[in-house]
Design a protein around this ligand. Structure first.
Ligand SMILES: NC(=O)c1ccc[n+]([C@@H]2O[C@H](COP(=O)([O-])OP(=O)(O)OC[C@H]3O[C@@H](n4cnc5c(N)ncnc54)[C@H](O)[C@@H]3O)[C@@H](O)[C@H]2O)c1
Ligand SMILES: [Zn+2]
Ligand SMILES: [Zn+2]
Length: 393
């Protein structure tokens, strides 16, 4: 089959790789019909590169049609239309029963000290082949795939794999009081969807921050008050002016920070020798310092006693957080990979003809799988108005 494979920093290619096959009686094989490119994929071709191997199949936002099932699969059958969550969660362990699928105890990567395995996402998360491919092997066929109805285009359902539950969790963790205010940093796919969900769930004031014109325009068109500068002082003064000098009740960080710092760099060395550590450490430090900006903006902007919800992926282990400031402002902080299946029952009823969250035209680009390399660069460089790219195998 054809698949998007990792070859190095800023280097993904479409290669021919072996078709996946049923390995366990609970496996299913899905023929992928749509597969998103995520901001998290960009980390893999930048600072998370040391945790990847040449030939790794990328992608964790797929949906498609079940083409084969193992002997013990009863929940789905050949021909069913399914969305595949990015967490590989068993559905039956203790953490899964608590709605903490991103911490699944069956697929946790204990040897490296990381949470549940993810599709297409580094050695830290199991190095499982991903879904930017013609076919995908999906374990836990009785509990993991989300069955969706026939009829509407893939765009209606594909974001159940990641964007929708990630944004939903970010808004839940933000805990904005009814009619309260929330500031969303970053208006990529995740931040954009956070603003929509916050509006839908009754936030009074929704602010957004980004400096990419197309992303600003999209959010403004849906009634978000956008601050078109990512400079901390600009953001803090704009939101304070609009909130009686206090700051918003909650801040969602949908930017994230690239991994940096020596502990992770040394882990990187253990995990792989693809890149000399001395170069990698430098890259991680520079990237990390750049990206810390979003978190420090969040800490400064949030009102006293308010909440910060981090959905951006953070990788560093030695980032100098302003703990005194956080303590003094009595900030509450919540974060983590989204627990996809935890939120699906809340989200499915919103994926209707009325389309309250605007999923049907959320994607800016539908691209043949063969053109994935170019699409990755467009999304990374925010060219050609790219906000959300769906690959079509
Ligand atoms: N927690 C999860 O489960 C989960 C799931 C999916 C994605 N993510 C993470 O969420 C983050 C966003 O993902 P995405 O797909 O929207 O990516 P993206 O890279 O398209 O979006 C990030 C946006 O942030 C903007 N930005 C950069 N610096 C900023 C700053 N200082 N202030 C405000 N905005 C700034 C960029 O211009 C960009 O538009 C990534 O870190 C990704 O890894 C987390
Ligand atoms: Zn993703
Ligand atoms: Zn589990």
């Amino acid at each position: 089959m054809r698949a998007v494979t990792w070859h190095g920093r800023a280097d993904v290619r479409v290669d021919t790789v072996p078709d996946p096959v049923i390995q366990e009686p609970t496996d299913v094989i899905v023929e992928v019909t749509s597969s998103g490119i995520c901001g998290s994929d960009l980390h893999l071709i930048e600072v998370m590169a040391p945790f990847m191997s040449v030939g790794d199949v990328m992608g964790h936002e797929p949906m498609g049609i079940v083409r084969d099932v193992g002997s013990e699969v009863t929940a789905v059958k050949v021909g069913d239309r399914v969305v595949v969550p990015f967490n590989i969660s068993c559905g039956t362990c203790w953490t899964c029963s608590q709605g903490l699928q991103s911490q699944c105890e069956t697929t946790q990567n204990r040897d490296l000290g990381f949470g549940a395995s993810l599709f297409g996402y580094t050695k830290l998360y199991g190095q499982v082949p991903g879904g930017q491919a013609e076919y995908l092997r999906v374990p836990f066929g009785n509990t993991l795939p989300i069955k969706v109805p026939e009829g509407p285009a893939d765009d209606r359902f594909v974001y159940l794999s990641d964007v929708l539950p990630t944004a939903w969790q970010a808004v839940q963790y933000a805990g904005t009081p009814d009619g309260g205010s929330v500031l969303v940093l970053g208006l990529g796919p995740i931040g954009d969807m956070c603003t929509r969900i916050a509006q839908h769930l009754g936030a009074g004031q929704v602010f957004g921050v980004d400096d990419v014109p197309e992303r600003i325009a999209r959010a403004r068109a849906r009634g978000v008050t956008v601050i078109g500068s990512t400079d901390k002082a600009d953001v803090v003064s704009a939101v304070r002016d609009a909130t009686d000098g206090r700051g918003p009740d909650a801040v969602i960080d949908a930017v994230g920070m690239e991994a940096h710092g020596s502990p992770l760099a040394s882990l990187a060395q253990k995990a792989t020798a693809v890149v000399p550590d001395v170069i990698m450490e430098k890259v991680m430090q520079v990237a990390g310092i750049d990206r810390l900006a979003a978190l420090t903006t969040a800490i400064e902007a949030v009102r006293r006693g308010g909440t910060i919800s981090l959905s951006g992926v953070y990788g560093g282990a030695t980032d100098p957080l302003p703990l005194m400031r956080m303590f003094d402002k009595q900030i509450q902080l919540r974060m983590g990979q989204a627990n996809v299946l935890r939120w699906v029952p809340d989200l499915l009823p919103l994926l209707t003809e009325e389309d309250p969250l605007g999923v049907d035209d959320f994607a800016t680009h539908h691209v043949p799988l063969e053109e994935a390399a170019d699409a990755y660069m467009k999304f990374r460089d925010k060219k050609d108005g790219a906000v959300k790219v769906l690959l079509k195998p």
